[in-house]
Design a protein around this ligand. Structure first.
Ligand SMILES: Nc1ncnc2c1ncn2[C@@H]1O[C@H](COP(=O)(O)OP(=O)(O)OC[C@H]2O[C@@H]([n+]3cccc(C(=O)O)c3)[C@H](O)[C@@H]2O)[C@@H](O)[C@H]1O
Ligand SMILES: Nc1ncnc2c1ncn2[C@@H]1O[C@H](COP(=O)(O)OP(=O)(O)OP(=O)(O)O)[C@@H](O)[C@H]1O
Ligand SMILES: NC(=O)CC[C@H](N)C(=O)O
Length: 583
C-alpha cells in the first residue's frame, strides 16, 4: 500500500479590511499557486475575506452579504478538481453572527466551523461582535481529518467559559490541527505563540500548522511568521515574518503520525522586529488608504529623522517629502543636520521659514494679550504654524502628514495639540525615546528585507548624539523639564505597561517626587492622546486599542502603601448568589 500524503499550502497573505473582492482575488490567486504545486488544501488566515479585525464593520448586513457572496463564488470555483480551500469568513446562521472558517471543496461549502473562544481583552473585542461557536469536530480533506481551531481556540485560558477545542478535536479523531490566525505583532509575541503551540501539541499529540495573517491594519501589525510543529515538537516549517509568502508543505503519514520537513526561514527578533513592524505599519496605512505619499517636518532632531527613515524604507524616497520650518530658535546645526539627513535618504527637501506666520499670529493677538507675560502660548504658536503649513501642503498635494511623537512624549503630553500632533499616522507612537535612539543606530547598520531606503548610515551620527531639544525658546533641551530619558522610560514602562502602584515604583528606588510628577503628567495628558493620530503598536500595551482610560478621571495614586484587603468584612452571604436565597 502506498504511503498516505497530504499537501497543504499556507497562504500567508495581506488582506485589506473591507476589500472583499480584492481579498477574494488574493485567495483565488493563492489557490492557483497551490494547484500548480499539486496541493490538496490551501489555507488562508482568520476572517480573510473580511480582513482582520473588521471591528463593527462586520455587524453591517450589507458587508456580511458581500462576504457570503464571495465565499459562495470561491466555493463554486472549487468544482475544478483543484485543492480545497479553508478560508475565514463572517457567517450568519439562525440570526447569530459567527467568526467562521469555511471549507470549500468540490464546488460546495463542504464544511463550516465557528470560533468557540472569543478574545475580549487587550486589543480584542470579539464578544461584542460574534456569538460563541459550539465545540467543533474535524473536517475531512482527501480522507484526512483536519481539526480547525480558530486563533484564540488554541490559547486555553483558565476560565469556566473556555471550550477546550483542541481536546475536543483530538477526541473526535483529528489527525492534523490547522489553525487560521489573526494574531497581531507585539514584542516577544513569537515566543508566546510558540509556547502556546508547544502546549497544544504536547496535550493532543497532534502536529499543528499555525497560519497567520501579515500586514498592517491601522494600529495593528500582523507579522505572519506562520509555522508548523510536528507531533514530536520539531519545527516542520517556518515562514518569514513581515512579508507575504505562499509555501506548500508535504505531510507524510508515518508510523508515528503525520510528519513534515519543510523550509525554515530565519526570523527577526527584538529591535529589528520592531523596526520592521514600524515600516510595514506605515506602508500599509498609506497604501491601503490610497495616499500618493507622505510629508513630514524635519527638525534636525532624532524623532523626525527616524520617522523619515521609516517612511523611505516603507514607501521609497520618491514618495516622501521633508520640510524644515525654521524659526529664530532653530540652531544652524539643526538646519545642517536636517539637510544632511534629507540628502542621505534622498528625499525632496524644502526649507520654509515660519517667522512671517508666527509673527503674524502674534501681531493679531497683541491687543488681546496686552499686559500678559510671554509663556508657553508663544511656543505653541510655533508648533501650530508648522502644523498648519504641513497640513496645507498635504491638502494641496494629497500626501499625508506623518506625525512623529514618540511614546515617552505621548505619555507625558509633550506635544502641541493642533501643532506637531497634526498628522494622519505615527510610525513611532509606541516606541519610547530611549528606543528611538536604539532604532536609529540600528538602522545605520542594518535594514530589513524589502526596505526601499538606502543601506549604510542614513541618520547622521550628530542627530543621534546631540541632546534632544524642541527649540521653542532659547537654549531649551528636553532634559530641562523631564528626568533623563532612561529614568523617564523606566518609570513610564512600569506605569503604562505594568500598571504598577506608585508605592512599588518608589520602593524599587525611583525618586518619589519624580514618579509622582510623571504619573500626574501621564494622567492629565489623556485628552491629548484621545485626539492623537493612530500609530503602530509594538509593545504589550499601546495607547489606543490597548490602554483605554477615561479622560474625565479624578483617581490619583498618591504612592501610599494601602492596607491589605480585610477578608473578615466579607461574609459568606455577601458573596452568595440569588440562587442561594431561593432554597
Ligand atoms: N482635559 C482636557 N480636555 C480637553 N482639553 C484640555 C484638557 N486639559 C487641557 N486642555 C486644553 O489643551 C490645551 C493645552 O494643550 P496644548 O495647547 O497642546 O499646550 P500645552 O500642553 O500646555 O503645551 C504643549 C506642551 O508640549 C511641549 N512640547 C510642544 C511641542 C514639542 C515638544 C517636544 O518636546 O517635542 C514639546 C511643550 O513644551 C509643552 O509642555 C488648552 O487649550 C487646554 O484648554
Ligand atoms: N524646525 C522644524 N522644522 C520642521 N519640523 C519641525 C521643526 N521643529 C519641529 N518640527 C516637527 O515637530 C516635531 C516635534 O518636534 P520638536 O523638535 O518640538 O521635538 P522632538 O519631539 O524632539 O522631535 P525631533 O526629535 O524630531 O526634533 C518634529 O518631529 C518635527 O516633525
Ligand atoms: N484573533 C485572535 O483570536 C487572536 C487572539 C490571540 N490570543 C492572539 O493574540 O494571537
Amino acid at each position: 500500500m502506498s504511503e498516505q500524503q497530504i499537501k497543504i499550502t499556507l497562504a500567508q497573505l495581506n488582506p485589506t479590511v473591507g476589500d472583499v473582492t480584492g481579498n477574494a482575488a488574493k485567495a483565488r490567486a493563492a489557490r492557483e499557486t497551490a494547484k500548480a504545486a499539486g496541493a490538496d488544501l490551501v489555507v488562508l488566515s482568520e476572517l480573510f475575506i473580511a480582513g482582520y479585525p473588521p471591528e463593527d464593520l462586520v455587524l453591517k448586513p450589507a458587508f456580511q452579504a458581500a462576504c457570503r457572496a464571495e465565499i459562495e463564488q470561491l466555493a463554486r470555483e472549487t468544482a475544478d478538481g483543484g485543492p480545497a480551500m479553508l478560508i475565514g469568513t463572517p457567517w450568519v446562521e439562525d440570526d447569530k453572527l459567527y467568526n467562521a472558517c469555511a471549507l470549500l471543496d468540490g464546488g460546495r461549502i463542504a464544511a463550516l466551523r465557528f470560533k468557540a473562544n472569543l478574545p475580549n481583552y487587550g486589543v480584542f473585542d470579539e464578544k461584542r461582535l460574534f456569538a460563541r461557536g459550539p465545540a467543533p469536530g474535524p473536517v475531512t480533506v482527501r480522507g484526512v481529518r483536519i481539526g480547525v481551531p480558530i486563533c484564540e481556540d488554541i490559547w486555553l485560558e483558565e476560565s469556566e467559559e473556555y471550550e477546550n477545542v483542541v481536546e475536543c478535536l483530538a477526541e473526535t479523531g483529528a489527525e492534523i490541527l490547522v489553525v487560521p490566525n489573526g494574531s497581531p505583532y507585539a514584542r516577544d509575541k513569537a515566543d508566546l505563540r510558540l509556547s502556546i503551540v508547544v502546549a497544544r501539541v504536547t496535550e493532543s499529540g497532534l502536529p499543528l500548522v499555525y497560519l497567520n495573517e501579515v500586514g498592517g491594519q491601522d494600529e495593528l501589525i500582523f507579522d505572519g511568521a506562520s509555522f508548523a510543529l510536528n507531533a514530536d515538537l520539531s519545527v516542520a516549517a517556518h515562514l518569514p515574518a513581515f512579508e507575504e509568502n505562499i509555501t506548500t508543505l508535504l505531510w507524510r503519514k508515518t508510523a508515528d503520525g503525520w510528519r513534515c520537513n519543510g523550509p525554515i526561514a530565519p526570523q527577526l527578533e527584538g529591535d529589528k522586529a520592531d523596526y520592521a513592524a514600524c515600516v510595514l505599519g506605515l506602508r500599509d496605512y498609506v497604501s491601503k488608504n490610497g495616499f500618493p505619499g507622505v510629508l513630514l517636518g524635519i527638525s534636525g532632531g532624532i524623532d523626525s529623522a527616524l520617522c523619515a527613515a521609516i517612511a523611505v524604507d516603507a514607501l521609497g524616497a520618491d514618495k516622501v517629502r521633508g520640510v524644515m520650518l525654521p524659526f529664530r530658535y532653530t540652531a544652524q546645526v539643526s538646519l545642517d543636520d536636517a539637510a544632511k539627513l534629507a540628502a542621505a535618504i534622498g528625499i525632496r527637501y524644502e526649507v520654509l521659514p515660519i517667522a512671517d506666520a508666527v509673527n503674524g499670529f502674534e501681531r493679531i493677538l497683541a491687543p488681546v494679550f496686552t499686559g500678559l507675560e510671554r509663556d508657553i502660548t508663544e511656543e505653541n504658536l510655533q508648533a501650530r504654524a508648522r502644523g498648519t503649513l504641513l497640513m496645507a501642503i498635504s491638502n494641496k498635494t494629497g500626501a499625508m502628514v506623518v506625525t512623529t511623537g514618540n511614546k515617552s512624549e505621548m505619555s507625558v503630553g509633550y506635544a502641541t495639540l493642533y501643532g506637531d500632533m497634526n498628522g494622519g499616522f505615527n510610525p513611532i507612537k509606541d516606541i519610547y525615546k530611549t528606543e528611538v535612539f536604539r532604532l536609529s543606530s540600528l538602522r545605520n547598520s542594518w535594514k530589513p528585507d524589502g526596505a526601499l531606503g538606502p543601506s549604510g548610515e542614513v541618520i547622521p551620527t550628530n542627530i543621534i548624539t546631540r541632546p534632544p531639544t524642541a527649540e521653542l525658546r532659547e537654549n531649551q533641551t528636553d532634559q530641562d523639564s523631564l528626568p533623563p530619558y532612561d529614568m523617564l522610560d523606566a518609570i513610564l514602562e512600569r506605569l503604562v505597561e505594568r500598571e504598577e502602584p506608585l508605592a512599588d515604583i518608589i520602593a524599587a528606588g525611583f525618586d518619589r517626587d519624580v514618579v509622582t510628577r510623571i504619573d500626574r503628567l501621564l494622567n492629565i495628558a489623556e485628552y491629548k492622546r484621545r485626539q492623537a493620530a493612530p500609530g503602530v503598536k509594538v509593545t504589550r500595551k499601546n495607547f489606543g486599542r490597548d490602554r483605554r482610560y477615561p479622560i474625565t478621571n479624578r483617581f490619583r495614586d498618591f504612592g501610599k502603601v494601602l492596607p491589605a484587603p480585610d477578608e473578615m468584612l466579607v461574609t459568606r452571604t455577601s458573596r452568595a448568589s440569588a440562587e442561594a436565597f431561593e432554597g
